[in-house]
Design a protein around this ligand. Structure first.
Ligand code: CMC
Length: 426
């Protein structure tokens, strides 16, 4: 296969290099296009633009393949822990026993928040959305750790702090919302068990995290841990490319994730399933609405920019939901509605023709509900899971000596040059 392409512009032929990835993906390097021809490229939404090369995550949307550092998501979801997967994403290799013990210990040592941060929680309305609180708190960490303003400061230390403290911020935000006292982390608990403890323990009684829920949480977080250059990850890279601190970059990523077309879809799916339940199961009316563009509605939890087949994460989650509900002896009417909705959509020509399948957000909410996580915390859970990916991508960019500030161009379509007219003459 050729490693260049030839392009004819205004009768002049130019040659541009082709960049190849390790899985056979190919891209035209248009870096010199403007210098050679005066042209730039335009691609709204970056639908066909690779913003970077990256060695972290491989995704084949046609085949439904997802791998972190080469390891299939199915194997990691079943056999790894979130902490081990985070290490893999950030450092590039699976840790040995000592490395994993050291990493886990560092996470334990950084789990407390500066006591002054507790006043922040009291300063925001308890009714506020937890994603707004999370984004603000993470941004504020740069004030507590001002060394992070130096791009050459100890990146690994910031990464460890973030991974540990975001878990505490998320749980404290929930406690504040429901008016319960903050529960401090317990050093003897694992990462996920500690999160459940901080969320659900109360000082008046003993609480031991359920191993089944701990396993389910590990799987959920692993499935969300990275997804290459999505909206929030691209935001983290773009903000980080200006040499802003890692806390500022991650805070921006959290804000990008919040929207219902991205991570906010998990909460939106639940609202949609409840609406169908409340309508007495009016699937037909609902499907008509989501296919009608003028309604402004979509089937939440369906469709994906890259996956044009079943999202492998949705498949794993669906089977995890079945397992946990069976083991807990529970049922969830919203699960029945989701299954019915999926069956209807997968047979509907509108969805078939557009290759719209369930994505990670379609079943994740039902699993969160089974663990007792409230709906407005779902996107916070996504953020907690996505942290290692954001930080791995930030680190990869920061460690690349050739990295430059992200700054796209545009095609201007506004008014041509004209003279200012003083207000009396208008
Ligand atoms: N319901 C109804 N129609 C849809 C949907 C949907 N969920 N998703 C896409 N379409 C239609 C869309 O209207 C368009 O139709 P047409 O070709 O007739 O104009 C076509 O399918 C292609 O859609 P698109 O908007 O061009 O695709 P995109 O790649 O820009 O958007 C998406 C991807 C995820 C934003 C979109 O599928 C969507 O809005 N899904 C619902 C929200 C959702 O579940 N988001 C979570 C994504 S997975 C978690 C994450 O990583 O963020």
């Amino acid at each position: 296969m050729s490693d260049t392409v030839r392009l004819i512009v205004d009768g002049k032929e130019i040659e541009l290099p082709v960049v190849s990835g390790s899985e056979g993906e190919r891209a035209i390097d248009i870096g010199k296009l403007r210098a050679l021809t005066g042209l730039v490229t335009i691609d709204p939404g970056f639908k066909n633009t690779a913003s970077t090369t990256s060695a972290i995550t491989f995704l084949d949307g046609e085949q439904g393949v997802l791998r972190y550092r080469g390891y299939p998501i199915e194997q990691l979801a079943e056999q790894s822990t979130f902490v081990e997967t985070a290490y893999l994403l950030i450092h590039g290799e699976l840790p040995n026993k000592e490395e994993l013990a050291r990493f886990s210990q560092a996470l334990t040592m950084h789990s407390l928040l500066h006591e002054d941060m507790k006043t922040f929680f009291q300063g925001v309305p308890a009714s506020g959305h937890p994603m707004g609180v999370l984004s603000a708190m993470v941004g504020s960490l740069s004030a507590f750790y001002p060394d992070s303003l130096d791009p050459d400061s100890d990146t690994d230390l910031h990464i460890t702090r973030l991974l540990s403290k975001v878990r505490t911020i998320a749980a404290f935000g929930y406690k504040r919302k429901i008016g319960q006292p903050f529960m401090y982390p317990r050093n003897e608990l694992s990462y996920c068990a500690n999160f459940l403890h901080m969320m659900f323990a109360v000082p008046t009684t003993t609480y031991e995290p359920d191993p089944l829920e701990v396993r389910a949480l590990n799987t959920l977080l692993i499935l969300h841990a990275d997804h290459e250059q999505n909206c929030s990850t691209s935001t983290v890279r773009l903000v980080g490319s200006s040499d802003a601190s890692v806390y500022a970059s991650i805070s921006a990523g959290i804000s990008a994730l919040w929207g219902p077309l991205h991570g906010g879809a998990n909460q939106a799916v639940m609202e949609m399933l409840k609406e169908i339940k409340d309508s007495g199961g009016d699937y037909k009316g609902f499907m008509e609405q989501v296919k009608d563009k003028s309604s402004g509605r979509r089937l939440m939890g369906f469709g994906h920019r890259v996956y044009k087949s079943y999202d492998p994460r949705a498949r794993i989650l669906k089977s995890m939901v079945d397992q946990i509900l069976a083991k807990k002896g529970m049922s969830d009417p919203l699960l029945d509605i989701a299954i019915e909705l999926e069956q209807i959509a997968l047979k509907d020509p509108y969805f078939v023709e557009r290759k719209l399948y369930p994505n990670v957000d379609f079943y994740s909410g039902i699993l969160y509900r089974a663990i007792g996580i409230p709906e407005d915390m779902f996107t916070v859970m996504f953020a907690l899971g996505r942290l290692p990916g954001w930080m791995a991508q930030w680190r990869e960019m920061n460690n690349d000596p050739g990295h430059v500030i992200g700054r796209p161009r545009q095609i201007y379509t506004g008014a041509n040059a004209r003279d200012y007219v003083p207000i009396d003459g208008r």
